[in-house]
Ligand binder design. Sequence first.
Ligand code: DGY
Length: 325
Amino acid sequence: MKPHVLVTKRIYPEAIAYLKQHAEVDYAESDDGLSADELLVRARDKQGLVSQLTDKFSAAVIDQLDGVRVIANVAVGFDNIDVPAATRRKILVTNTPEVLTDTTADFAFALLMAAARRVVEGHQFVHSGKWTKWRIDLLVGQDIHHRTLGIFGMGRIGQAVARRGRGFSMRILYHDAVCAPESVERELGLEFVTAERLLRESDFVSLHVPLMPETRHMMSAEQFRMMKPTAILVNTSRGPVVDEAALAEALEKRVIAGAGIDVFENEPRVDPKLLTLENVVLAPHIASASVDTRKKMSMMAAENAVEALEGRRPANLLNPEAAPQ
Ligand code: DGY
């Protein structure tokens, strides 16, 4: 008998087709997602769930997932899932790493460049018919090449951003809970520094840490005050890593010069003050949103679910302790 899988939200059709070859699929084919109650009702007779970052799996929800053997999240981040709670119930949890690394790094760099070189302001200026003459200081911004890039979190995406920084002849500082392997430091010309030094010396600060209790609001008023007044913050990690109200205030008072922000504390809500500022480039959580990557993420999550349901260890298992030994 085929296992039963709930797909909680719309994903790419090839992933649904693949799931259908291996399972009975209950597909919530909408972009709205399921409420917590709907999720629990539809998960009742399922062994597998293919979820997205908007589905919240707290310990209380997980404790009601009788019969579920795997939650396959279509994202590299998994802060929407209480993994220890899943482990206690022997539910495997998987994510979709690697396939989105370069796409996300491209976008972090796009935000960095857009904020530094005032691309969005330039677009709006031309579009609104305000461009009447060339001027020596029209929309002058910050140089990127040969400047200092500070990266918090030197995992896969942090490294991919550093690689792009190298292409722009940047000096690259980083800070993380653990040092990157020496070979990586050497290849990318990285210098490990304290968080404070990174903030004080960087022209651009890019965040690539997971959301955990230790990283929640790691960027707040105090950190902004340590940054250069010409510095630019880029966040493509998770919204709550940055204190959004403090960021809006720092941008408004020009404590820092600008920001490129893809993720927010209470998505899709954005701090109203941020929406009024010209020195921030805002995007709707789309750093991994290339057609190829989003297809690959959908497919990878489907494959992870099938692997688990067919008794094999999924390639992207986050809690091996939950797997049968
Ligand atoms: C992730 O994968 O965690 C991103 O935030 C969405 O692609």
